[in-house]
Design a protein around this ligand. Structure first.
Ligand code: ARG
Length: 280
C-alpha cells in the first residue's frame, strides 16, 4: 500500500534522495571510523533526565551548548567551575540557560529551557590548576517534576576503587585525539554515553605529574569524555537510585591511551561541603 498521493510521489522520492545526499555530506570523513562522548553510543530517548545541557548566549537570542550539568533539586544544577568562565572572564548568569528533559538538543516537543539566576563558583576553585572544579547554577524558576541525581557522600570511597565501571554522558565531541594533536571536534545533537573505569590515583598522578585529592580519574581504551562534556556527571545506578561520583573536568586529549580523563571527586570533603552549603 502506498499512502502518498500520486501527484506527490515524485517530490517525495526526490526529497528522499536529497535527504540521503545531505545526510552523507553531514558526516565528516574524519569522524567516520569512530564508533562514535568518544567511543560511546547515542542514548535512547528519555534517558538520563537528570542531565542538562548548560548553554551560553552567543548573541542576542543565539545560544550554544556549552557544558553538561546535573539536576540536584528543582532549583540547583551542578556543573564544573570552568564552565562559568569564557576565555578567562566570568560569565554572567543572564547569559546562561539550561536545556532540561530531553536527550535531543533544541527539540521543543521533548525538552524546555530554564534561565540561570545565579552562578555560584566554588570559592576554592583555582582556574589555573583546575583544582576543585565545581559550580552550582541557581535557576530562575523551579523545574516541576524534576528528575534528580544523588551525590555520593562526603568522605565516601564507594564506587571509587580502581577498575570500578562508571558511566559518563553528554553532548561533547565524539572525536578521539592525543595530547598535543589538533583535530576538529564534532558535536552531536543527541546525548551519548560511555562506560569508563576508575584509574588509581597513583597511576593518574604518574600520567599528569600532579593530581589533587579532589580529583578522580577514569579511562577505558578508545573511550572518554571530551570537550563539551565538562560539567556533566561520572555516575552509576544502585537499585533505582542514580549516584554521581564525579564532574567532568579536564584531561589531555580525549581517549589518549596515555592520559585518563580527570573528574572532580564529589566525595572530597571540600567539594561535598560546597555542594551541601549551596543546595539549601
Ligand atoms: N575541559 C573539557 C570541557 O570543557 C572536558 C575535557 C574532558 N577531557 C577528557 N579527556 N576526559 O568540556
Amino acid at each position: 500500500m502506498n499512502l502518498v498521493p500520486r501527484h506527490l510521489r515524485r517530490s517525495v522520492s526526490l526529497l528522499l534522495v536529497l535527504t540521503v545526499m545531505i545526510a552523507a555530506m553531514a558526516i565528516p570523513s574524519w569522524a567516520a571510523p569512530e564508533p562514535q562522548i568518544v567511543g560511546g553510543e547515542q542514548v535512547a530517548k528519555g534517558s538520563y533526565k537528570f542531565i542538562v545541557s548548560v548553554q551560553l548566549r552567543v548573541g542576542g537570542s543565539e545560544w550554544m551548548h556549552w557544558c553538561g550539568g546535573t539536576i540536584l533539586d528543582k532549583k540547583h544544577i551542578l556543573t564544573a567551575a570552568h564552565c562559568g568562565y569564557n576565555g578567562g572572564v566570568p560569565i554572567q548568569a543572564s547569559n546562561i540557560r539550561v536545556w532540561v528533559g530531553s536527550v535531543k538538543l533544541a527539540d521543543k516537543k521533548s525538552g524546555f529551557y530554564v534561565n540561570a539566576k545565579d552562578l555560584i563558583v566554588n570559592p576554592t576553585y583555582n582556574p589555573s590548576t583546575q583544582k576543585n572544579d565545581a559550580m552550582i547554577i541557581l535557576l530562575s524558576k523551579r523545574i516541576k517534576k524534576a528528575k534528580t541525581i544523588s551525590v555520593v557522600g562526603s568522605g565516601s570511597t564507594d564506587y571509587q576503587t580502581p577498575g570500578y565501571p562508571l558511566t559518563t554522558a553528554g553532548w561533547g565531541s565524539t572525536v578521539q585525539y592525543d595530547a598535543g594533536e589538533i583535530v576538529p571536534p564534532n558535536y552531536p545533537r543527541v546525548m551519548r554515553d560511555v562506560v569508563v573505569n576508575v584509574v588509581s590515583d597513583s597511576q593518574c598522578e604518574s600520567e599528569y605529574g600532579v593530581l589533587y585529592a579532589s580529583q578522580i580519574c577514569a579511562a577505558a581504551p578508545g573511550k572518554d569524555s571530551c570537550q563539551g562534556d565538562s560539567g556533566g556527571p561520572l555516575f552509576t545506578k544502585v537499585g533505582d537510585t542514580w549516584i554521581q561520583v564525579g564532574i567532568v573536568s579536564t584531561g589531555a586529549g580525549c581517549a589518549d591511551p596515555e592520559y585518563a580523563g580527570i573528574y572532580t571527586r564529589i566525595s572530597d570533603p571540600e567539594i561535598s561541603a560546597f555542594i551541601a552549603e549551596n543546595t539549601p
